[in-house]
Design a binder for this molecule. Structure first.
Ligand SMILES: *[C@@H]1O[C@H](CO)[C@@H](O)[C@H](O)[C@H]1NC(C)=O
Ligand SMILES: *[C@@H]1O[C@H](CO)[C@@H](O)[C@H](O)[C@H]1NC(C)=O
Ligand SMILES: *[C@@H]1O[C@H](CO)[C@@H](O)[C@H](O)[C@H]1NC(C)=O
Ligand SMILES: *[C@@H]1O[C@H](CO)[C@@H](O)[C@H](O)[C@H]1NC(C)=O
Ligand SMILES: *[C@@H]1O[C@H](CO)[C@@H](O)[C@H](O)[C@H]1NC(C)=O
Ligand SMILES: *[C@@H]1O[C@H](CO)[C@@H](O)[C@H](O)[C@H]1NC(C)=O
Ligand SMILES: *[C@@H]1O[C@H](CO)[C@@H](O)[C@H](O)[C@H]1NC(C)=O
Length: 510
């Protein structure tokens, strides 16, 4: 009996001993969750309270282009915004977080990969925000491909030491900000460079032998397979749900200390994502314009009509009020262009132009008294230059990882299960994207309604846009890509054109 008792007691003690740490662990997770829930809820309610109630459809003094990476924003920046605003009207060094200069009080345009938290640095009631969203799966593909594309350029170096030497060389003399200075590329690209070099070194060790597959998205001897990429901690932190986090102001690049705590909580307890989503939706609601990369034709036209038209009228009003644009600081502020990703052709040209302009003390690089139609025409030729130079650049740098080649056809070999994985890793972005589509539809309806209401001269443009007649000239310029993945669009378009041409041929034969 005694023995049994001891056994029972021992057993009890053992049970207690074993369960204590479990209980402690369970309650600390629970506390952690509660604490996080409070943090996130508090952040969400203070975000709601700070929203401005005024008419969101009117362009305010400062236009903030919240540029979500890989949504095609660069095309809008170079081919619309740079045609509308002069260099002196841009808030300086926009793409560089460290040097955004909010002291320049009268800047009119801010275009950056910064998240929404930068809005707190500007008077909110004077700022209008615009953004573009993209199908999250496409955006993940594009982010992966762009990380590889930029990193592959460095493979011309014999080893990482030599890359490091080059990277330490001062870049300040160049009239541009390098991709390596810009969030999120400043994290994603160096990481990918190291990975590509490690795989190349491993191949050398094995005597150049590697397994060939016909799927470049899964060719691990050459580059990080997509299925590995999406599970990397850095990608979890920076890429997945990146659009939602950026609109909510919660990226890893946020200006607000609280944001980091909120982000960590949401990454730890995904159910808290619903609060973030609500904030992001309200912010989208209050934006002047929301575009969709995947509807590039309509988005560009809408941009010209909603944003372009208002900028033109705002700037011409301020000019006629004797508010002379001072462009003498244009050389410094024009530094914000991105020398690695943009069209050098564009860059050089506008740089020259600006120099000339400032030397005669007049501003004609932008702010011309242009119509929306002229804006669309300028956009057309600009986008085709941008597209060509980006395609060239991409082909050239992907040669470095041959025989791997990241092409649209290659994407079709990516297993369905992997696509589903990407979808589930981006559940917040899937929702915000759906929401953006509904905003886009409303915006479209409103613009069309306005056109019906006021038969102004420039609005006839939009009519021809929605005129499906194939032969109309407007179809041509609207069909040109505005997307982040300009090469893809280009390929699509050439295919479309081929189809149209062959259709035409058939028709004539008949
Ligand atoms: C890296 O490359 C440079 C230039 O070819 C060479 O001088 C150096 O020895 C290399 N370093 C290593 C660690 O291989
Ligand atoms: C890829 O390779 C496999 C096996 O070699 C083959 O069965 C498959 O048809 C190939 N797919 C394509 C798209 O070439
Ligand atoms: C952002 O992410 C990068 C890469 O994961 C990391 O190195 C950096 O420290 C992060 N920054 C913050 C503020 O968390
Ligand atoms: C233009 O800017 C320069 C330098 O910022 C300043 O010295 C000059 O007075 C300004 N001119 C006008 C007309 O505002
Ligand atoms: C701009 O053009 C409009 C219409 O053509 C004209 O009424 C206006 O005076 C022009 N403004 C300037 C500053 O040239
Ligand atoms: C990769 O694919 C593109 C498009 O199919 C092609 O133009 C390019 O030449 C290919 N590059 C290599 C290195 O095979
Ligand atoms: C739309 O197309 C029709 C014929 O397809 C044409 O008559 C009409 O003028 C076009 N409208 C515009 C605004 O281009």
């Amino acid at each position: 009996m005694r023995c049994l008792n001891i056994d029972v007691n021992l057993g009890l003690i053992l049970v207690l001993l074993l369960s204590v740490p479990i209980i402690i662990k369970a309650s600390s997770t629970k506390d952690g969750y509660k604490q996080c829930e409070n943090t996130v809820k508090h952040w969400a309610s203070s975000s709601f309270n700070s929203e401005i109630k005024e008419d969101k459809h009117l362009l305010r003094d400062l236009l903030f282009f919240l540029h979500i990476p890989r949504t095609g924003g660069r095309a809008y920046f170079h081919c619309f915004l740079r045609k509308l605003y002069s260099n002196s009207q841009e808030c300086p060094r926009s793409y560089d977080k460290l040097r955004v200069d909010t002291r320049k009080p009268n800047c009119r345009l801010l275009s950056t990969h910064d998240d929404y938290s930068i809005m707190y640095k500007f008077p909110k009631e004077k700022t209008s925000a615009v953004t573009i969203l993209r199908n999250p799966i496409e955006r993940v593909f594009s982010t992966y491909e762009f990380s590889v594309e930029v990193a592959a350029r460095f493979l011309i170096h014999p080893n990482l030491t030599s890359v490091g030497k080059m990277a330490r060389r001062p870049r300040t003399k160049l009239p541009g900000v390098s991709t390596l200075d810009i969030w999120p590329w400043k994290y994603l690209v160096p990481w990918m460079i190291e990975d590509l070099f490690a795989r190349r070194d491993a191949r050398k060790h094995r005597g150049q032998s590697y397994t060939m597959t016909n799927n470049s998205y899964d060719m691990q001897d050459i580059l990080m397979p997509l299925h590995e990429y999406i599970n990397e901690p850095i990608v979890q932190d920076i890429v997945h749900n990146g659009a939602t986090f950026q609109i909510a102001g919660l990226t890893n690049n946020s200006y607000i200390t609280e944001s980091h705590e909120v982000r960590h909580c949401v990454l730890k307890y995904p159910t808290l994502g619903k609060y973030v989503l609500e904030v992001a939706k309200r912010r989208l609601d209050n934006m002047l314009y929301v575009g969709l990369t995947d509807n590039h034709r309509e988005s560009a036209t809408m941009f010209a009509n909603v944003v372009g038209a208002q900028v033109i009228s705002q700037l011409s009003t301020s000019r006629s009020n004797g508010d002379i644009v001072n462009n003498s600081d244009s050389e410094q502020s024009s530094l914000l262009s991105d020398s690695l990703t943009d069209a050098n052709y564009q860059r050089k040209n506008s740089y020259k132009k600006v120099k000339k302009v400032s030397s005669i003390g007049k501003d004609e690089a932008a702010n011309k008294n242009m119509t929306v139609g002229e804006l669309m025409e300028a956009y057309e030729s600009c986008i085709s230059n941008l597209r060509n130079s980006q395609a060239e650049r991409r082909t050239k740098s992907l040669k470095q990882i041959s025989p791997a080649n990241l092409t649209k056809e290659g994407r079709r070999n990516v297993p369905r299960a992997l696509l589903q994985k990407i979808t589930s890793l981006n559940s917040l972005d899937m929702e915000i994207y759906n929401y953006a589509q509904s905003i886009f539809a409303k915006q479209h309806a409103r613009v069309v309604q306005n056109m019906v209401d006021t038969k102004r001269q420039e609005t006839t443009l939009i009519e021809s846009v929605y005129n499906n007649s194939y032969g109309s000239p407007s179809w041509k310029f609207l069909s040109l890509g505005t997307a982040g993945d300009i090469i893809d669009k280009f390929r699509e378009l050439t295919e479309e054109n081929k189809c149209r041409i062959s259709q035409k041929k058939k028709v004539t034969k008949l």
